[in-house]
Design a protein around this ligand. Structure first.
Ligand SMILES: Nc1nc2c(ncn2[C@@H]2O[C@H](COP(=O)(O)OP(=O)(O)OP(=O)(O)O)[C@@H](O)[C@H]2O)c(=O)[nH]1
Ligand SMILES: [Mg+2]
Length: 340
C-alpha cells in the first residue's frame, strides 16, 4: 500500500452584506425601504475524480478559497451568490479536519466518480433593510452583515492500491522499469534480490491518465517452497488488475521462464494466475538491432504457439517502447475496471 498525504487550508466565501436603501421615484416624496439581501458565499466542495490517483497537486497549491457573496443593493436587488470552489480528488481520498488542538477528525471519504462533498459552507447573505419594515417602522435604517464562511485546515489521505503488479526473475529489470516510468526511486543493482520490499509508483500516461504500478522482489523456481524470497510478498499484488511479466531478452528460453513464473503464482493463489497479463521482454538495448528483432520474432512465435499471448519488447534504459507500454497497460486496466 502506498499512502499519500496533503495538508491544505480551505476558506468558504463570506456572505454579502444586506443593503440600506430607500426608493427614490419622481412623484413619490418618501419612498419605502428597498435595500436587498446579500448573496450567500460559495462553498468548498470536494469532487471524486476517477482519472487521478495522486494528491501531488496539493503540494503546490495549499490554499483554496470560494468566492464571496455580492452585497445587496437598492431597488430590492439581491447580491449574487459567490461561486463554489470545487476541489477534485482521487477516489478513496479521506478528508479530516485538523482541530485547533492538533487532533484530526474524519469528515468523510470520496468513493465514486463525481461524488460531491461540501466540506465548508459559505456564509449566508445579510438581510437588506426592506426586510425590516414593519407597520410601526416604515423607514428602517437597519441591515445585517453577511456571515463568515467556514474555514478549516484539512488533512487529505489517500491509500493507493496497485493497478499493475510486476512479476519476474531477479535482475529482470523490474525496478529499473518502475523508475523509468514513474517518480518512484527503487534500489537498482546488477545482483539478484536487490528489491526486498514492495514499492509503488504512480505512472503518468499523460497529465490526466495515471495508474499505480507495484515492484516486488524477484521470483524464482521453487519460491512456493521458500526458495529465494519466497512468495509471501505476492499478497501485495493480489488485488491488482493486471500482471506484467518482465523477462530479460537475454534469457535462453523466455517461454520456459514465463511458465515457471506462472506456476509459482498459481501455487500461491489460483486467482492470481487468472488475472489478465502482459508479457514484456526487457533490456532490448543490450542486443544489436538485428539480433534484437530476430530474438523478438523467435520469442513471439514460441509464445503464439503455446499460449497465444502477445509479447512486447522494451528498454528502460533508452525508453524504447515505454510509452507504448504505458498506454497499453492503461487500456488494460480500464477494461478490467469496466468488467468489475
Ligand atoms: N542495459 C539495460 N540494463 C537494464 C535494463 N533494465 C535493467 N537493467 C539492469 O539490470 C540489472 C537489474 O535491474 P533491476 O531493475 O535491479 O532488476 P530487478 O528485476 O528489480 O531485480 P530484483 O530486485 O533483484 O528482483 C541492473 O544492473 C540494471 O541496470 C535495460 O532496459 N537495459
Ligand atoms: Mg528490484
Amino acid at each position: 500500500m502506498f499512502i499519500d498525504y496533503a495538508k491544505i487550508r480551505v476558506e468558504a466565501g463570506n456572505g454579502g452584506d444586506g443593503c440600506v436603501s430607500f426608493r427614490r421615484e419622481k412623484f413619490v416624496s418618501k419612498g419605502g425601504p428597498d435595500g436587498g439581501d446579500g448573496g450567500k458565499g460559495g462553498d468548498i466542495v470536494f469532487v471524486g475524480d476517477e482519472n487521478t490517483n495522486t494528491l501531488i497537486q496539493f503540494r503546490y497549491n495549499k490554499l483554496y478559497q470560494a468566492e464571496k457573496g455580492i452585497n445587496g443593493s437598492g431597488k430590492n436587488k439581491f447580491g449574487a451568490f459567490g461561486k463554489n470552489q470545487y476541489i477534485r480528488v482521487p477516489l478513496g481520498t479521506e478528508i479530516a479536519i485538523i482541530q485547533d488542538n492538533g487532533n484530526k477528525k474524519l469528515f468523510g471519504e470520496i468513493t465514486y466518480h463525481e461524488e460531491e462533498l461540501i466540506i465548508a459552507k459559505g456564509g449566508s447573505g445579510g438581510k437588506g433593510n426592506a426586510r425590516f419594515a414593519t407597520s410601526t417602522n416604515q423607514a428602517p435604517r437597519q441591515a445585517t452583515d453577511g456571515k463568515r464562511g467556514q474555514e478549516f485546515e484539512l488533512e487529505l489521505t489517500l491509500k493507493l492500491m496497485a493497478d499493475v503488479g510486476l512479476v519476474g526473475f531477479p535482475n529482470a529489470g523490474k525496478s529499473t522499469l518502475l523508475s523509468a516510468i514513474s517518480a518512484a526511486r527503487p534500489k537498482i543493482a546488477d545482483y539478484e534480490f536487490t528489491t526486498l520490499e514492495p514499492m509503488l509508483g504512480v505512472v503518468y500516461v499523460d497529465e490526466f491518465r495515471t495508474f499505480v504500478m507495484a515492484d516486488i522482489p524477484g521470483l524464482i523456481e521453487g519460491a512456493h517452497d521458500g526458495k529465494g524470497k519466497g512468495i509471501q510478498f505476492l499478497r501485495h499484488i493480489q488485488r491488482t488488475k493486471t500482471l506484467l511479466f518482465l523477462i530479460d531478452i537475454n534469457s535462453v528460453d523466455p517461454l520456459h521462464d514465463y511458465f515457471i513464473l506462472r506456476k509459482e503464482l498459481y501455487l500461491y493463489d489460483t486467482n492470481l494466475d487468472k488475472k489478465q497479463s502482459l508479457i514484456v521482454l526487457s533490456k532490448l538495448d543490450t542486443l544489436s538491432e538485428d539480433d534484437r528483432y530476430q530474438k523478438l520474432a523467435e520469442v513471439r512465435a514460441a509464445f503464439k504457439q503455446k499460449t497465444n499471448e502477445e509479447v512486447i519488447g522494451i528498454s528502460s534504459v533508452t525508453n524504447l517502447n515505454t510509452n507504448e507500454l504505458k498506454n497499453k497497460l492503461y487500456e488494460m486496466i480500464k477494461n478490467a475496471t469496466k468488467e468489475d
